[in-house]
Design a protein around this ligand. Sequence first.
Ligand code: BEZ
Length: 386
Amino acid sequence: MNVIRTVLIAAAVLGAPLATAQTGPKLKVGLMLPASGTYAALGTAIENGFKLYVAEHGGKLAGREIEFAQVDDESDPAKATDNVNKLIKRDSVDVLVGSVHSGVAMAMAKVARDTGTPLIVPNAGAAAVTGSMCAPNIFRSSFSNWQPGYAMGEVMALKGYKSVVTITWKYAAGDESVGGFKDAFEKGGGKVIKELSLAFPDVEFQALLTEIAAAKPDAVYTFFAGGGAVKFVKDYAAAGLKKSTPLYGAGFLTDGTLEAQGADAEGLLTTLHYADDLGTPRDNAFRLAYAKAYQIQPDVYAVQGYDAAQMLAAGLTAVKGDLSKKAEFNAAIEKAKIDSPRGAFTLSRSHNPVQDIYLRKVVGKQNKLVGLASRALADPGLGCRM
Ligand code: BEZ
């Protein structure tokens, strides 16, 4: 036996028990995100953000080495229960993180409630997740669909628009985004004169754009995201509507999409809990680290993934990595102040971020901060009984 081999074996034998004693067993995080379909890029950004935070902490949270099990959920609610059960039963994950699509997240929330597995939702804004399905072990690091919609309703009412047509995908995210918009816009004296929609993830917008032109509203409010948002913004401009009928939206319309939308997105105003030029030391440091790690600029989805990891860290730190202390773990996340690149936020009683919503304007390849649309906006959390 040569000397090097002897030393390696001795190190493995002596080192393995030592390492276990110092760090405890690995903690397995089940990442359930889309890696294909119209929301694929959103899934990648969330994964990048989550893994960046873990890497910044040496691959460990509260002393426990983090490992991952992953599934591509394809943003398909019909496959969601099977997919989440794969993570829980086949991969024995300790924690669930997902997903982007509201319908998928609702299926995850049901399984999380039934099994008691901690769930952190890093995007999907379905009201039910922090409403009728709320639970001590379910948290969201992102937003409710209602929040950016409500903020834009206030902005557009203040601008003096009286008649608006809405257009979106017909599922929880679109319906709730438009619902939030309508709540505030009609309270402010405006009227939604037509609500247009198409099935998710269809992108045949032509017939609906013709209806918008015929209705001649003062402006249009929309929820689209990912690949669908790219196509919608381009089709809206190509139909000549950008010049005649101002287009507004929840900020997903222009987040992570500007390279592909090019000049057709220039000048669009949207509302969201992030902007590309917040200029705070916290956000500057995050943006620098993200760009260094991935050679691409971060977007709102990257921030939400990063903050999901911060929330997990807050819970784990309070229980020194011992996830069997469920009540203490949950209470620590519930009480945490998350030092987010978007600005610090806390969670509502139903575990949804209470956060500032910014008005942003597309200038070149950035969603630039125009001002604060809504300060510390909380989702109503309707139907939540813990
Ligand atoms: C949702 O399904 O909740 C959603 C998807 C993409 C962006 C924002 C919300």
